[in-house]
Design a protein around this ligand. Structure first.
Ligand code: ATP
Ligand code: MG
Length: 415
């Protein structure tokens, strides 16, 4: 579980505010629900025979011996919250959330035990048009963040539960013939959850899987039409995608559309955003039958990608616009000038020097602060009602100006 230090927080703030603004511009509204839920909720939704439930959950008994779990993902809690609060009955909801998730995994680059996701869920829409909207929306988000070149979209359909069952039988028959060559984990899955073998990261197993029957050949009529319509919509919007018949996702509640946005730039942890349709989950958790689709994006991986792509704007990385020096016996005037600037230039990031010291030592701090401009207030300036402006980056000349002119300059520079 990582600490997020102040040097890294600007990237996260930029990411979270950009994604929130983006989702809200498509009519998504924020929902917040607890980090802790009953263990039962995750077992019933994610599925007993999944990596997450079998070996990754932080579960423990509370003081009354009820088993509770730190949420490993957002969808289950979101569905629980919406059902309990009557948000789903005869309504369409477009929702988003953001926050920590917990999985007991082997920590590595882009994979942590406390990680963070921004997720979105849509309830009450069953057509391929919303699936397409979500993919068009995420495609546009990557463009806005400047990482569209680094990601590709993978798409598959898992069909309905009947088509998955008949596919499962065909897959089992095939895998049984290759039993001897399967890894231990996959052997275990053979009886419990053979579809997950398709997703194996073990090379030897991948070789076997490459020739396995393909799920898309077993789709029921309705899922086939849904998938074709989705592909047609994406084509019409020129959103490029790759059909990956082995994309299955690690959670049991998915059916029909599933997708992943993946990148080559982060080594093995390539999936930055993943999701799909889960039309059966609301009912399974006690609500009325409600079609639904959603996705989650991994903030750690997105932050790494933004850094790697140099996509974080300089002004955000800098964290400060102005460093205000107070040289000599001018503490009161510096305080007052600082307040005047905050008042006149809303949003301007100003740090006022505290603790005295020579011009030289204060300038060193100003340089180190990352600010763009140093304002120097000394006893001479106070006597003349002026402020000295010094650009800390670039070649511009130092100048001494009236306060009103300084305000104008700052408003212009940091509009
Ligand atoms: P993976 O195949 O990488 O384990 P997953 O299928 O388990 O991912 P989801 O449950 O779909 O992941 O979560 C959505 C996204 O959250 C992932 O695509 C990834 O970006 C991120 N994510 C998942 N697990 C972790 C983790 N342990 N640490 C950091 N990010 C994670
Ligand atoms: Mg995982």
């Amino acid at each position: 579980m990582n600490d997020l230090l102040p040097d890294q927080s600007p990237v996260w703030q930029y990411l979270e505010s950009s994604v929130a603004r983006h989702l809200q511009s498509y009519g998504y509204r924020e929902i917040r629900f607890p980090i802790l839920e009953t263990t039962e909720l995750f077992k019933r939704s994610i599925g007993e025979v999944t990596d997450i439930v079998e070996k990754e959950m932080y579960s423990f008994p509370d003081r009354h011996d009820e088993s509770v779990t730190l949420r490993p993902e957002g969808t289950a809690g979101c569905v629980r919250a919406c059902t309990q609060n009557g948000l789903l009955y005869n309504q369409i909801q477009r929702l988003w959330y953001c926050g920590p998730m917990f999985r007991y995994e082997r920590p590595q680059k882009g994979r942590l035990r406390q990680f963070h996701q921004i997720g979105a869920e849509v309830f009450g829409l069953d057509g391929p048009d919303i699936d397409a909207e979500i993919l068009v929306m995420t495609d546009r988000l990557w463009r806005e963040l400047g990482i569209r070149d680094q990601v590709t979209l993978q798409l598959n359909s898992l069909g309905d539960s009947a088509s998955r069952a008949s596919y499962r039988a065909a897959l089992l028959e095939y895998l049984e013939q290759h039993r001897d060559a399967l890894d231990a984990d996959s052997l275990r899955r053979l009886d419990s959850n053979p579809l997950r073998i398709l997703d194996s990261k073990i090379e030897q197993t991948q070789v076997i899987v490459a020739n396995a029957p393909v799920l898309l050949d077993y789709l029921d009529e309705e899922s086939r039409e849904h998938f074709d319509a989705l592909c047609t919509l994406l084509d019409s919007m020129a959103v490029s995608y790759e059909i990956n018949p082995r994309l299955v996702r690690g959670l049991d509640y998915y059916g029909k559309t599933v997708f992943e946005w993946v990148t080559d730039s982060l080594g093995a942890q390539g999936t930055i955003c993943a999701g799909g349709r889960y039309d059966g989950l609301v009912e399974q958790l006690g609500g009325k039958p409600t079609p639904a689709i959603g996705f989650g994006m991994g903030e750690e991986r997105l932050a790494l990608l933004l850094d790697a792509a140099g996509a974080v704007p300089d002004s955000i990385a800098r964290q400060l616009d102005v460093y205000l020096l107070a040289v000599g016996d001018v503490a009161a005037q510096a305080l007052s000038l600082g307040e005047q600037l905050h008042q006149a230039c809303g949003g301007l990031r100003i740090q006022r020097h505290c603790g005295g010291g020579s011009v030289k030592s204060q300038m060193k701090k100003a340089d180190k602060s990352g600010a763009e401009i140093a304002l120097i207030l000394g006893e001479d300036e106070v006597a003349a009602g002026q402020v000295t402006v010094k650009y800390l980056r670039g070649q511009a000349e130092q100048q001494t100006l009236d306060v009103a002119a300084v305000i104008e300059l700052l408003q212009r520079e940091f509009a």
